[in-house]
Design a protein around this ligand. Structure first.
Ligand code: ZN
Length: 311
């Protein structure tokens, strides 16, 4: 019997792959139907201990389509009974948030049909959600919002879960002026990672990291599975291919490649290592690209929608 089961609902960064308004060299392949690439929705993972009760790690704007594509998350209600109350039900018991970016919270709006579940997040994240009145569609008497402290384990769906600070930055829409270098890699509750533990198995989910510090490296070393920020391969990738004006570090994401990149850090660690939250400009999305081969040679995987991980 498995201890933890995870399903990648979406593997792409904000905007998804391909992005609706982008014809960068990597998106172009998807628009052309090239067999070396596969479309990906925005990053989210579903995790379960018993296969019946599920926890979502972030709620991406693609959540409705992600649920449709994932039989384990289909409604559990009894459509054949006369009582309309029995028709409603979902195996999704909780959503745990790593931040309040659009690609992390917008899917909550798809969950507004008076279905009880619990949203867990840091004080900073839940304050950002509370500040936006549109999330009041999740009626508080139905959908609980539970603030959890960093490194204070709690339980959801029988899984022990812990939030921890990850160097990063506040959501783009909450920036007040141009952030300085320290604000781009600040450790706060605004950008966290999630560790999930059951039966001795450990899965760590970090979709956004500005750098891997010692605490993070130590946590990764103890995990059976690490799902890490794979946003950009090179820091200036979006500038060079004309799809943006910001570096990865400016967006709070360290690059995959290079001597100080996340690939170098991951290749030194044991266990299963998987890149997730991959931007549409990142050439690791292309089967057989030099960058993809470099990742595979280091023993690191590239997440795809529907990928299942059993611990
Ligand atoms: Zn693109």
């Amino acid at each position: 019997m498995s201890r933890l089961r995870a399903i990648v609902l979406g593997a792409a960064a904000g905007g998804g792959y391909p992005q609706w308004n982008c014809r960068c060299p990597v998106c172009r392949l998807a628009w052309q139907g090239d067999k070396r690439v596969r479309a990906r929705t925005q990053a989210s993972v579903a995790v379960s201990k018993d296969g019946e009760n599920w926890v979502l790690l972030n709620a991406a704007p693609d959540l409705r389509a992600q649920i449709a594509a994932t039989p384990a998350l289909h409604p559990t209600g009894m459509a054949c009974t006369a009582s309309s109350q029995d028709a409603r039900g979902s195996p999704i018991k909780a959503v745990v948030l790593t931040g309040a970016e659009v690609d992390q919270v917008a899917g909550l709006l798809d969950m507004r049909e008076r279905q009880p579940f619990t949203i867990y997040g840091s004080a900073e994240t839940l304050a950002s959600v509370a500040d936006n009145p549109i999330f009041a569609v999740l009626a508080p008497e139905v959908v609980a919002r539970t603030t959890v402290g960093l490194e204070r384990p709690f339980e959801a769906a029988g899984i022990e879960i812990e939030l921890f600070a990850v160097p990063g930055k506040v959501p783009l829409y909450l920036e007040r002026g141009e952030p300085d270098v320290t604000e781009l890699a600040e450790e706060s509750g605004a950008n966290v990672g999630i560790e999930l533990r059951a039966g001795g198995a450990r899965l760590v989910f970090v979709p956004g990291a500005a750098l891997i510090n010692e605490a993070l490296a130590a946590r990764f070393a103890k995990a059976d599975v690490v799902m890490l920020d794979g946003t950009l391969f090179t820091d200036d990738e979006m500038i060079r291919n004309g799809s943006g004006t910001k570096t990865g570090r400016r967006m709070g994401h360290m690059p995959v490649g290079g001597a100080n990149g996340s690939l170098a850090a991951l290749s030194r660690l044991p266990g299963r290592r998987i890149f997730i939250h991959i931007n549409n400009t990142n050439p690791i999305l292309v089967d057989g690209s030099p960058e993809r081969l470099q990742v595979e040679a280091a023993g690191v995987e590239v997440a795809e929608d529907g990928m299942e991980i059993v611990l």
